[in-house]
Design a protein around this ligand. Sequence first.
Ligand code: EPU
Length: 466
Amino acid sequence: MPRPASSASTGAFPRTIGATRLLQAFPRSGSSMDKLVIRGGTPLLGSVRVSGAKNAALPAMAAALLTEEDVILENIPQVRDIETERKLLAAMGAEVELGYGRAQHRTTISCSHLAKPEASYDLVKTMRASTLVLGPLVARMGHARVSLPGGCAIGARPIDLHIKGLEKLGAKITQEHGYIEARADRLKGARVVFEKITVTGTEDLLMAATLAEGETVLENCAREPEVSDLAALLNKMGARIEGAGTHTIRVHGVTKLHGARHRIIPDRIEAGTFIIAAALTGGDLMISGCDPSHLGALIEKLQECGVSLRTNGESVRVMSDAPLKAADITTEEFPGFPTDMQAQFMTLATQAEGASIITENIFENRFMHAQELVRMGANIKIDGRRAVVRGKTALSGAAVLASDLRASASLVLAALVADGETIIDRVYHIDRGYERIEEKLKGVGAQIRRIGELLPRRSPVPVSAI
Ligand code: EPU
């Protein structure tokens, strides 16, 4: 589908003061009524470019709250969650320019005048990562009011570790009417040991600690590349952070942060999804603009399955027409096998010879895609946190329902190898984290199209926020 003409496509990013300037923020796609129609059986051939990482861009945008100067972020993915974060920051009084051009996707955020340090339920319920504003707001403004996120499609996802950590830094936290309220004159450095490894918890505390008085030591931190990317941005803003990417991060608090320009890392989960798409369809696909060093556990596992891959600086080439072999995975924190690739791997396992055991260690309810895959012909048995997938089974096209972001990706993958036509409903889930998925897949030979009604954007919001 041709993208609407816009000044954004010229690469120009005009500035507005006192308002949110939105340049082609989210094109027509993405109505809650949209469906993807996919006809399977075509090998993917050619080259596809990976977008910036949603899960790195979201904390980076929240980090702009820590300074009154402009923060310029490049390689921002054109996905719905970024649009939600834009709304979140704008509702607080931030000026957010968001532009998607042919050359680059960029946002400039100015938080010089923050009127209302609040994240409302309306936004938090659609995107749990909204809670990332808690730390920066209390650190800079001395006050934050953030809605509790509520239920989630992939299991209980409390934010108790964010709260305990901020209390350690001296914030007074109360909870009322579904909101967390945090107050502190100035946060004070402390030692925080996370009881459990948490990605956004580490990021929230990292941001808060940058403006705390004295030294903060964060232990048992998440080591995900998105945490390291955030630390790199914060250091460019004048923070003094050491050890990001390890379990122990030291932050020497400063009194003020300044503006910076930063390029967001590539999306390793989008890259991994394309790698599996190529492996499944027996294609020859170059996945460019990615960082293979972030994909180690996945690449190793796929090689065990018999997939032929070649990495080269910023790309991965998948040349795969050999039969796939079963393999077991257990999801773990980085550098282990990512939970965000578990659903996609399950689809691959349906096409591998033998039994694959998939153990989900991070979230308690992240097998919702299994039942939809079974409807397409897969043989999957779930027992608590373990799924046993017996392959190879022929998949046949069916009408299926996407239940969350990565579950929808697994259904797209299944549809690419299924016999006949698959219609995937609730495509808004995939639009949260995959940029123009149908255009990218069509560009490498997939038979995929989006159908939907041109409904007003104010569509019912899914209860399951990821
Ligand atoms: N946890 C707690 N208490 C907390 C925080 C987390 O018990 O205060 C638990 C969670 O319930 C879960 C585990 O710790 O069992 C790990 O959760 P984590 O906090 O690491 O998840 P997250 O930060 O909410 C991020 C990604 C997710 C990704 C997970 C795990 C972002 C915006 N989200 O979530 O991405 O699955 O880390 O890697 O970075 C996705 O992109 O599809 C997605 C869900």
